[in-house]
Design a protein around this ligand. Structure first.
Ligand code: NAD
Ligand code: 89Y
Length: 342
């Protein structure tokens, strides 16, 4: 199996998961790290025994000539770094949220297309094993034709201690977390024609919205409700589980808390526990997300080896980004947004 030499930019909170997952994935080594913060750079370098360390991304890419680069920085740096990789002909993975605007997202996709460089957005939630299991049931027609769905993420988990920047942006939950849940809705039910949204801010200590309720019309006629909250105090906090309810012409599917899947259809009743494995380096409650990081990174290697477009390519992610933009536009105007207008 070909062995790939990767380099990673941005050694912060989430990159540690990516570095663990690269160590578990087959046929790949992360040979160099870059962060403009020397402390974070040396922390990650020591933790993973990576000695080749840089404070500047361009210097690293010139010196190391890696087979791909994994960008794990926050959104403001994504466009310059993706365009740098494209200019240097280096295949690139970019964390979500992919871009600050649709124009930036389109520019990055176009730069990589013109350079003939593969581009994947690290949109990992659809790679959670429970979400993949739901998709498998739908593809097998387990409940007939789905006509209604709800994809829901409601929690009171303190995400601000690990990611303090989330409290500071004008935008919060749709851009940070809703983007994943909207992507799951697209992944399961197809493209969206119209979207309406309402937002609220419950937590007075943050700047952006922490509650969002969205109504989506999908191309096949299905209506879905996508709702997210970081202001929901439950007796047992389900963070970071995404719950799914689907009604179909011949049955129902429910992915409930504790990763319990219940399918009621023409084939009978299926009840199964889809709890994700706890990888040796993972920690609860993040293990669900951590498992999906390994899955998406393995998928990237598979696509590189086989010359395939990743499931969450830059091109694909533009449609998810458009849902985020439409949600903010609808919340601001009170109007339903036609997706063709984004
Ligand atoms: P962070 O601030 O902890 O880490 C980012 C690091 O990037 C910092 O150490 C910073 O110094 C470095 N950096 C920024 N610009 C740089 C540049 N131009 N060159 C070199 N280094 C640079 O952020 P985080 O919480 O790790 O989040 C990073 C990204 O991961 C965000 O976009 C976030 O939304 C995303 N994220 C994704 C998931 C997921 O499940 N996919 C989960 C959490 C966070
Ligand atoms: O940044 C977010 C993400 O992508 O997944 C969960 C998170 O860490 C906090 O909302």
């Amino acid at each position: 199996m070909a062995s790939y030499r990767g380099a990673l930019i941005g050694c912060g909170f989430f990159a540690i998961n990516q570095l663990h997952a690269w160590r578990d994935a087959e046929g790949v080594d992360i040979v160099a790290l870059c962060d403009r913060d020397p402390e974070r750079l040396s922390h990650a370098g020591e933790l993973f025994g990576i000695d080749r360390r840089y404070g500047d991304a361009e210097q690293m890419l010139r010196a190391e000539k890696p087979n791909f680069v994994d960008i794990a920085t926050t959104v403001a740096s994504h466009r310059p770094l993706v365009e740098l990789a494209a200019k240097m002909g280096i295949p690139v993975i970019c964390q979500k949220p992919f871009a600050l605007s649709m124009a930036d997202a389109r520019a990055m996709v176009e730069a990589c297309r013109l350079a003939g460089v593969p581009l994947m957005v690290h949109e990992n939630f659809r790679w959670q094993s429970a979400i993949q299991a739901v998709k498998t049931r739908l593809d097998a027609n387990a409940i007939g034709r789905p006509f209604w769905a709800r994809v829901s993420f409601r929690s009171g988990f303190d995400v601000f201690s690990g990611q303090p920047y989330l409290a500071e942006g004008k935008r919060f939950i749709i851009e940070d977390l809703g983007i994943h849940i909207l992507d799951i809705a697209r992944f399961l039910f197809g493209e969206v024609t119209q979207l309406s949204a309402r937002t609220q801010r419950v937590n007075p200590a943050i700047k952006g919205e922490d509650v969002a309720t969205m109504l989506l019309d999908h191309e096949g006629g299905l209506s879905s409700v996508v709702d997210c909250s970081y202001a929901t105090r439950l007796p047992v906090d389900p963070f970071p589980e995404t719950l799914v309810e689907i009604d179909g012409s011949a049955g129902t599917l429910r992915l409930g808390t504790g990763y319990r899947l219940v399918v009621n259809g023409p084939g009978g009743r299926e009840e199964v526990d889809l709890s994700p494995p706890l990888l040796p380096w993972a920690s609860r409650p993040w293990h669900n997300i951590q498992e999906s990081v390994l899955a998406i990174q393995r998928h990237w290697l598979h696509c590189l080896r086989n010359g395939k477009e990743p499931s969450t390519s830059g091109r694909d992610n533009i449609a998810t980004m458009a849902l985020v933009e439409a949600a903010y536009a609808s919340a601001a105007s009170g109007q339903t947004i036609e997706m063709a207008s984004i």
